[in-house]
Design a protein around this ligand. Sequence first.
Ligand code: HEC
Ligand code: HEC
Length: 304
Amino acid sequence: MSASVRVVAPSQDRITRPLPLFDPYKIDLAVAQLGKDLFEDPRLSSNNTVSCATCHEMTGYGTQALANSPGVQGVGPRNSPTVFNASLNPMQFWDGRALTLEQQLDGPIHNPLEMDSSWPQVIDKLQQDPVLSERFNTLLNQPISEQSIKYAISYFEQQLLTPDAPFDQHLRGDHALTSDAKAGWQRFVSLGCAQCHQGINLGGNIMQTFGLTHRHSDNLSDMGLRELTGDERDTLVFRVPSLRNVAMTAPYFHDGSVNRLRDAVEIMAMSQLGKSLSEQELDELVAFLSSLTAPPPPILALLQ
Ligand code: HEC
Ligand code: HEC
């Protein structure tokens, strides 16, 4: 990779490895259920119409098949990333501005284009629900508070892992990949995709410029990290997204501007590596990326 690559948040988690296998005995199912109920509770929004699940559908691989998801006061500029496996990302959001799931939660609660609310408003509403209050007391030994709500929702989100993709089975030593997918994985490494889409989530753990070698589009309406720092060098710097289940989470990129995975791969090769790929290379890379599709998180079968 060229010397101009600026790794904004270097990560130690570079090794590609399978997700841990699901172990229901390690999970407090009642707390996970509380977290799921809150995740699906529209009272977290100012006008009781939007829940986390509106934009992060459990039946939609943790996202919504829309370029931009409408919230209470309209549509935001960015595509909803999946919440599946998000707990393994050491930073959250397209610009990495939250480091933990708990911190992340301040975003949607306050954003007028998402839930448009505030913690006092949320707590006030939920406290009027005696059954819910009792669940907090019994399960968490705490009243309903910002901290206890954040704990329960992020506990649920931490269980949303998808460990059984063919690629995970391959990494565990099973013959689970088609020959195209296997060739695609080798290309993914040899072309240099794996230098950015790295670690347990094949992405999610570093920031990089979108358009390192060729700028894909002149649209600068969302400048990525530069929106936060004002630093010109951060223009179009985004968190490298995880590629787990990517075949299921169209549309692609921070603005949801690309619908087909194959097109996204073609754009990536040119914008990040300055390469134009053959049809065969594209087929193989798409076959590999499709081998990252797992069944939905096994926890969901144990919750209501
Ligand atoms: C109106 C749609 C909408 C709602 C409602 C919403 N989100 Fe999101 N979510 C998004 C968008 C868009 C982003 C990316 C925003 C950005 O990067 O600036 C996001 C990002 C996230 C991320 C970061 C994932 C990652 O890998 O970076 C998590 C986790 C998340 N949301 C969880 C939640 C939770 C929990 C709630 C409920 C409290 C919620 N969201 C409500 C649209 C929504
Ligand atoms: C220099 C770092 C870098 C390299 C190399 C790289 N990517 Fe990316 N990739 C990114 C960034 C950053 C994004 C997010 C761009 C955006 O949305 O603004 C991204 C986005 C993607 C997406 C869209 C994912 C989604 O959920 O929206 C796919 C698919 C993808 N890359 C595949 C690849 C493939 C295949 C290769 C190799 C041909 C590759 N990438 C090489 C940094 C990189």
